[in-house]
Design a protein around this ligand. Structure first.
Ligand code: ZN
Length: 659
C-alpha cells in the first residue's frame, strides 16, 4: 500500500491556486537502457494452490456469499497434519482483534469502521479416498482468551505427504465492513479484498507462515491459479484480478469469470457508477475504472502507465500478465485507494490536487511497482516489509525521476522537489528510532514504520545508485528482480545480490544501513590556506652558513588543506570539492573508510570554501547543511542556500501529507 495517503493539506490546496508548470511540461528523460537482461527469469512459479471460487454480492446488505474449491499441494519436505487458514475479514469483527487492538498512530486505517466486517466459514470438507471429512468441525479460530479470528488452525484426519495434492470444498459468507484498511463498502461502491478463506503459505520445512492480520503487516502467500466468478446486479461494473473469460447477464445479474495463472491473491470491485477507459499499452490491456467527473484523473493515470509499463519492464523484467486494472475509488472512500493486488491496483486522489503536485502519478507508479515488489517477487511482507514497500519506494522514486526529472514530486512556484529527496527528508527524522530490517509489528509507531520501511530504504538504495552509478544500480536491481521472480526472497538474497553485482563495500553498506541503524554525516570541519613563502632563518648548506630574510613568496602560489569528517557508522565513497578565491574548483575522491581526511590544497589564490559530496550523491547524509563551509573571514556561498530552501519546502509539504 502507499504510505502517503490522499487528503492533501490546506497547504497544497492553498498553493494550487498559484500553479506553476505542469507535469506535461517536463518531458521523458530519453530512451530506456535494458538492464540485466541476461539474468535468467522464471516463466512460471511453482504451482502450490489453486482457487476456483464463486462470489455473489448483495450490494444492499453488503454481503458476499462464497462457494468454491481449493486444490493444494504439500510442496514441503515434511508430512502435514494441520493446515492454517487466514480469515482476514475477521480483523474488522470487533475491537478485540489483533488489528483493532494495535491502533498504530501515524498510518492509514487507524479509525474504527462504522460497520464491522466478518467472514464465517459454513463448510470446509475434504473428500479423501471416498470419505468426506468435515474439517471445519475441528477448526480452531481462537487461541486462549484471544478474540482474534483471522488465523485458523485446521487439523486434518491424516497427514498429507510431501508432494501430495488435496482438494477442499468450502462455503462461506462475508459481511463487508464500511471501508477500512482498503476493503469494504461505501454506499454502492464495493472494494472486495481479503475476502475468502486462504491457506497460509507453506515453507519448505513443512511449517506454515501464518499470522493474525496486523495493522502494519501485509501479505505472504503461495502462487497458483485463480478462477473466480463474480456475480453482481446487472447495473454494476466489475473490476477484478485476471482476464475475463466469460461474461453474461442472467436474470438481472451480471456474471463475470476471471481467470489468472501465476498469482498469489485475488481482489475485485463492483460499483454501479464506474466510468471506464481502456487502452493497450506495451501489449498490456489496461482498464481504468473511475468515478464520474474524474476523466482528468483517468487520463493522468493512463499517461503514467504509458511510461511505467515499458520502464519497469526494462528495469525489472517484462510484466508477464495480459492485463492491468486501475481502480480510482470515489472521493468518499479514500481508504480504498493506494493498494496493490495481482493485475489490479487502486489509485486515489481527490479532485483538488494541482497539476504541479504529481501525487496521482506517484501513487499510480507506486502501486504499479507492487506488481513487481509484492506480486512477482513474493517476499514475506509481514516479516520483512522493507523488501516489499522499501524496494518498491526506491523503484517509484527512480521511475518518477526518470520520467519527470528533478521536480518529480512537486513543481510549484519555481520550486522543485524530487520524489527521492522527499523520501530522504521524511526518513531523516527517524534514522535512529528503529531498524529498517525488522518485522512490521516491531515498529513503535506507524510513522516510524512509514518513514523507515518506505522512505529510508528508498534513500539507502538511491544513495547506492548515485554513488556507484545508474548502470551498476540498474544491473543490480534488475538482477535481483529477475533472479527472484516468482520466488520468496529474504534480506540475505538482496544483500548477496548487491555484494555480487556492486561489490563487497556496497553490500556491507546496505547490510549495516538496513540491520544496524547505520547512519552517516559528512561534514566540512575546517580549512586553511596561505601564500607560499620562502622559508626564512639560518641555513647550513654545503659547509656554509647563510641567513635568509623573511620576505613575501612568489605571487600566485597558495597551499593549505580542508579537514573533512565522516561521522556515523556507514562507510561510503564521496568527493570533496575545494573552491578557490579565483573561482577554480578541484575535486578529490575519498573512499570514506577513515573517520577524517585532510585534503591538501594548492592553487593560485586562497582557498575560499569546501564542499563534501558536491553532487549530493549520499542522499542518506544526515545533515546536508554541514556539507559546505567557507574559509575563516568568508560568509555565505551558493550551495547551501538552495539546499536549505529545498529541505525547508519538502519538509513543509511532506509533513503536511505524510500519514
Ligand atoms: Zn506500497
Amino acid at each position: 500500500m502507499d504510505a502517503r495517503p490522499f487528503g492533501l493539506s490546506a497547504l497544497v490546496v492553498a498553493l494550487s491556486g498559484l500553479l506553476g508548470g505542469t507535469a506535461d511540461a517536463r518531458g521523458p528523460a530519453g530512451a530506456e537502457e535494458p538492464s540485466a537482461t541476461d539474468v535468467p527469469m522464471a516463466e512460471h512459479p511453482a504451482r502450490v494452490v489453486d482457487y476456483m471460487l464463486r462470489a455473489t454480492l448483495d450490494p444492499a446488505l453488503h454481503t458476499v456469499h462464497g462457494e468454491g474449491t481449493i486444490v493444494w499441494t504439500n510442496v514441503s519436505s515434511q508430512p502435514v497434519s494441520q493446515l492454517w487458514m487466514h480469515l482476514y475479514l475477521n480483523a474488522f469483527k470487533n475491537q478485540s482483534t489483533v488489528f483493532m487492538r494495535a491502533p498504530v498512530g501515524g498510518f492509514r486505517g487507524s479509525t474504527v469502521p462504522k460497520e464491522w466486517g466478518t467472514i464465517d466459514v459454513r463448510k470446509l470438507t475434504w473428500s479423501d479416498a471416498g470419505t468426506q471429512h468435515d474439517l471445519w468441525a475441528k477448526a480452531q479460530l481462537k487461541r486462549g482468551d484471544d478474540e482474534d479470528e483471522t488465523d485458523a488452525a485446521v487439523p486434518l484426519p491424516r497427514a498429507v505427504a510431501p508432494g501430495e495434492t488435496i482438494t477442499l470444498e468450502m462455503v462461506w459468507d462475508d459481511k463487508l465492513p464500511s471501508i477500512v484498511e482498503r476493503t469494504g463498502f461505501d454506499g454502492s461502491f464495493h472494494m472486495v479484498a481479503q475476502w475468502f478463506p486462504k491457506i497460509a503459505k507453506i515453507e519448505t520445512d513443512g511449517t506454515f507462515a501464518h499470522f493474525p492480520f496486523h495493522h502494519l503487516g501485509e501479505f505472504y502467500a503461495d502462487y497458483g491459479k485463480y478462477d473466480v466468478t463474480v456475480d453482481v446486479p446487472e447495473a454494476y461494473v466489475v473490476g477484478a484480478t485476471g482476464t475475463v473469460t466469460e461474461s453474461r447477464v442472467e436474470n438481472g445479474r451480471r456474471l463475470e469469470r476471471h481467470v489468472q495463472d501465476d498469482i498469489h491473491d485475488f481482489a475485485w470491485t463492483a460499483w454501479d457508477k464506474f466510468q471506464t477507459r481502456k487502452e493497450t499499452i506495451d501489449g498490456v490491456a489496461c482498464t481504468i475504472l473511475y468515478p464520474p467527473g474524474y476523466e482528468g484523473h483517468a487520463e493522468r493515470e493512463l499517461a503514467t502507465m504509458r511510461f511505467a509499463i515499458p520502464h519497469y519492464g526494462a528495469r525489472y523484467g517484462k510484466y508477464p500478465y495480459p492485463l492491468l486494472t486501475l481502480v480510482h475509488p470515489p472521493a468518499s472512500a479514500p481508504e480504498a485507494g493506494g493498494m496493490e493486488y495481482p493485475t489490479l491496483i487502486t489509485t486515489g486522489g481527490g479532485s483538488y490536487i494541482p497539476n504541479g503536485v504529481d501525487l496521482i502519478e506517484l501513487v499510480t507508479i507506486h502501486e504499479f511497482g507492487h506488481q513487481y515488489f509484492y506480486g512477482l517477487i513474493g517476499s514475506h511482507e509481514t516479516q520483512w516489509p522493507f523488501l516489499d514497500e522499501g524496494l518498491n519506494s526506491y523503484a517509484e522514486a527512480e521511475a518518477m525521476g526518470q520520467w519527470l526529472g528533478k521536480s518529480s514530486f512537486i513543481d510549484l512556484l519555481g520550486l522543485g522537489i524530487g520524489d527521492a529527496e522527499g523520501h530522504a527528508e521524511r526518513a531523516r527524522h527517524y534514522a535512529h528510532d528503529d531498524r529498517v530490517a525488522q518485522p512490521a509489528y516491531a515498529f513503535g509507531t506507524g510513522s516510524s514504520y512509514g518513514a523507515l520501511v518506505y522512505s529510508r530504504t528508498a534513500t539507502i538504495l538511491e544513495t547506492l545508485r548515485r554513488v556507484y552509478g545508474d548502470k551498476a544500480m540498474q544491473r543490480t536491481m534488475g538482477a535481483y528482480a529477475r533472479r527472484f521472480r516468482f520466488q520468496h526472497p529474504v534480506p540475505g538474497d538482496l544483500i548477496e545480490t548487491f555484494t555480487r553485482e556492486m561489490g563487497k563495500e556496497a553490500g556491507e553498506f546496505l547490510r549495516a544501513a538496513l540491520f544496524d541503524k547505520g547512519w552517516v554525516d559528512f561534514k566540512v570541519e575546517a580549512m586553511s590556506s596561505h601564500a607560499v613563502r620562502v622559508a626564512a632563518g639560518i641555513f647550513d648548506r654545503d659547509g656554509k652558513r647563510a641567513t635568509t630574510p623573511s620576505a613575501p613568496g612568489a605571487p600566485g602560489r597558495y597551499e593549505g588543506w580542508a579537514l573533512v569528517s565522516r561521522r556515523g557508522t556507514l562507510r561510503i565513497p564521496v568527493e570533496v570539492e575545494l573552491l578557490s578565491e579565483d573561482g577554480a574548483r578541484t575535486r578529490v575522491p575519498w573512499d570514506g573508510t577513515s573517520e577524517t581526511i585532510r585534503v591538501p590544497y594548492t592553487g593560485s589564490s586562497a582557498l575560499r570554501a569546501a564542499v563534501v559530496d558536491p553532487d549530493q550523491r549520499v542522499l542518506l547524509d544526515e545533515n546536508p547543511e554541514n556539507d559546505f563551509a567557507t574559509a575563516p573571514g568568508h560568509t555565505g556561498g551558493g550551495a547551501p542556500r538552495t539546499l536549505e530552501r529545498a529541505t525547508y519546502w519538502s519538509e513543509l509539504v511532506l509533513g503536511a501529507i505524510a500519514p
